[in-house]
Design a binder for this molecule. Structure first.
Ligand SMILES: N[C@@H](CCC(=O)N[C@@H](CS)C(=O)NCC(=O)O)C(=O)O
Length: 226
């Protein structure tokens, strides 16, 4: 059985965990301890960038969440769900919206987190302004894409929705949707009600106190401890 190295708070790990649930893939879960140097070293030996999630299947590391999910769909899916559809046009739409979510929502969201984790004197207001602009541009693009749609890329829940759920969850803690993003807000609610996504968020809840943007999380998901 392959092993997934992950952390319950990590947005890219959510993307993989959601896919694992939808595909009903048999995967052993190994939660990494970010404070443990030996675990960091292990990740570095398995992957040049030491990032999570990381899947190890028969001693072979499988990197990059989108590839990892495709690997699971090809070799380990036990459900009939197909997160990457076979029909060529749908397939490209899914791959496109998966890329857009990673590059134009996850990346600027991570810039906010990195900025908050940096010492005060190294914080970068120019980078944060750019990240905010990019998130607002992305929300607008998502809103237009969602006209007449339930899911982001195709009729069925797909890889693109696996990417969108964690990206939007954490992004709106920093840059909330505006009134002009009503379709995106309704789509976000649909994502949050999806059983696989709801389960991943439930498992992450004890860790939200460590999320630097926690003040912006909805009270539906996080309440500051007294
Ligand atoms: N492109 C990678 C991104 C993975 C990523 O950014 N993972 C973050 C956690 S959400 C990470 O490992 N950060 C720790 C680091 O960069 O050292 C993927 O799709 O898997």
């Amino acid at each position: 059985m392959p092993t997934l190295y992950y952390h319950p708070l990590s947005s890219y790990c959510w993307k993989a965990l959601i896919a694992i649930k939808v595909l009903a893939a048999d995967v052993a879960l190994h939660a990494v301890n970010p404070g443990d140097a030996s675990e960091r070293d292990l990740l570095r030996t398995l992957s040049p960038f030491g990032k999570i999630p990381l899947l190890v299947d028969q001693d072979r590391p499988v990197l990059e969440t989108s590839i990892l999910i495709e690997h699971l769909q090809r070799h380990h899916a036990r459900s009939n769900a197909r997160l990457i559809p076979e029909e060529p046009t749908c397939e490209l739409d899914v791959r496109l919206w998966d890329r857009l979510m990673d590059q134009y929502v996850m990346t600027p969201m991570q810039a906010f987190t990195a900025n908050l984790l940096a010492p005060e004197e190294r914080r970068d207001s120019v980078a944060i302004d750019k990240a905010r602009d990019l998130l607002l541009t992305s929300y607008g693009a998502i809103d237009r894409q969602l006209e007449g749609r339930t899911w982001l890329a195709t009729d069925d829940f797909s890889l693109a929705d696996c990417a969108a759920a964690p990206a939007l969850f954490y992004a709106i803690a920093y840059v909330p949707f505006g009134a002009e993003h009503a379709r995106t807000a309704a789509y976000f609610d649909r994502l949050m009600d999806h059983p696989a996504i709801a389960a991943v968020i439930r498992d992450a809840q004890p860790f939200f106190k460590y999320f630097p943007g926690r003040a912006g999380l909805s009270s539906r998901f996080y309440q500051e401890e007294a």
